[in-house]
Design a protein around this ligand. Sequence first.
Ligand code: HEC
Ligand code: HEC
Ligand code: HEC
Ligand code: HEC
Ligand code: HEC
Ligand code: HEC
Length: 320
Amino acid sequence: MADSELAQQLLQQGEYDDSLRDQTFRFQKKAGQFLVSTSAGQGRAVAKQNSVPLTNEPSVSVAVNWLLGSGTHAQTPLAIQADGTRGIEMRWSSFHGDGKLNVTPDHDEYDSFRAGTLECFGRPMDAMDVRSCIGCHSTVVPPPPLPLTSQTMIANVGCERCHGPRKKHVVLAERGLPEQIKPMIDQHDAGAHMETCSACHRDERSVSPDSTAAERARFQPYGLKKSECYLQSSGELTCSTCHDPHDTTSHDRGQYIQQCQSCHQPQASAICPEEPSGDCIECHMPLTPWTQGIAFHDHWIRIVAGTASHESKTDLEASP
Ligand code: HEC
Ligand code: HEC
Ligand code: HEC
Ligand code: HEC
Ligand code: HEC
Ligand code: HEC
């Protein structure tokens, strides 16, 4: 965190006021650490059970040592104890890369918090929370009791996370024999491919019965696996049909439409009776708002109610 662009912006800004809590957070850099302080007694504090006592000091600070997310949608700072047993997901995040802070998604339950506990900084995390959170945002996380440090882990999603450990492959490739060792994960096999992506992007196993349409739209494998395009194309359709997993998401609409049309051709497959050369994505993978101006394209490719030209587009909804 300390060396990130966001940290520089916050240091310049100096502080952040959380109007929902009537609380001020102050930022400082000391001995290479990014420190956040707040007055622990402040705010609309209420008694809550299971809170971890922080300290009896009226004003306290924590060192924020992790920053998660590329920033396309958001970046969320974390304060994690090196042994990985506890942490705090900070109350505020930066959205859309503009450096402006706002409340971290799903933190409404901490609008009220118990003064003098970790809650005055955000959501307290136990060892399980810490590992799952970091686990989806990195390549290798060491098993406990190894500490979570830059020496023991590989941050961000790197090659081995999707291709499997390839050391032998690299060794043999250096001897000119790369084909002797195949990748451990065959990314051309649709099932294996979907398993890889689902581990982080999530499928039906992560969807609770009371999930909202917006939550489900956030889980691309969940949607894609329900789509007739996936179910009826005998393993031809994977995430990499439309995305290069080595790059950021393309926003070239024409390219996606071409992908749809590569299968939906006259004679070969069903043709759209509605707008056979229109913007397929707008009607069949509509943008579904989640929170804080973040929206996801629903990857359950289907005929969505309200998208026919004779219907009013204001009824557009993502039915479960
Ligand atoms: C280890 C967890 C993990 C796995 C496995 C994973 N992803 Fe991701 N992916 C992420 C995270 C986290 C982000 C958000 C970007 C970030 O913060 O680094 C992301 C972002 C993306 C994006 C959007 C990039 C952008 O423009 O911001 C695409 C597309 C994507 N992943 C596709 C895939 C595909 C396809 C697979 C399977 C081959 C896959 N991912 C496997 C964690 C993962
Ligand atoms: C099950 C895997 C998983 C877990 C657990 C998880 N994330 Fe993510 N996270 C993802 C994926 C995949 C994305 C990219 C797609 C999206 O934005 O939903 C992402 C996106 C993000 C983004 C936005 C990144 C961008 O590109 O703008 C932030 C910030 C983030 N996660 C923070 C966290 C924090 C903090 C935690 C823990 C408290 C956490 N995540 C737990 C998988 C996970
Ligand atoms: C998010 C998952 C993911 C990550 C991370 C990732 N790859 Fe890939 N990679 C894939 C997928 C999926 C394919 C297959 C693409 C396709 O079907 O066209 C692939 C294909 C390849 C190929 C082409 C060979 C083949 O089997 O088709 C090479 C080479 C490759 N990746 C190297 C790398 C390297 C090097 C890194 C790290 C810098 C990396 N990959 C990181 C998912 C990933
Ligand atoms: C790999 C081939 C493939 C790709 C790529 C593909 N589809 Fe499909 N899709 C199919 C198949 C197969 C079906 C089943 C009906 C049929 O045979 O046409 C289908 C069905 C559909 C249906 C009808 C769904 C239902 O529930 O009745 C829609 C709508 C659709 N596709 C739209 C799209 C759009 C939009 C895209 C691009 C974002 C796309 N498809 C990409 C193969 C594909
Ligand atoms: C203006 C919104 C809109 C656009 C744009 C659009 N569609 Fe459709 N599509 C629909 C609607 C609505 C239906 C259902 C029509 C019906 O059942 O009469 C449909 C039906 C389909 C079907 C099912 C056909 C069948 O016989 O089962 C496919 C496949 C399809 N669209 C593919 C596409 C593709 C590919 C594109 C882009 C080239 C596209 N659509 C663009 C709204 C749209
Ligand atoms: C048929 C084409 C298609 C397939 C297959 C597909 N996507 Fe996408 N995806 C899109 C389109 C279109 C967008 C919107 C791109 C844009 O912003 O213009 C998108 C956007 C995304 C984003 C950015 C967040 C969002 O919703 O806008 C992520 C992450 C992502 N896809 C992940 C995946 C994963 C993981 C898979 C496999 C389970 C997958 N996609 C399969 C077409 C596809």
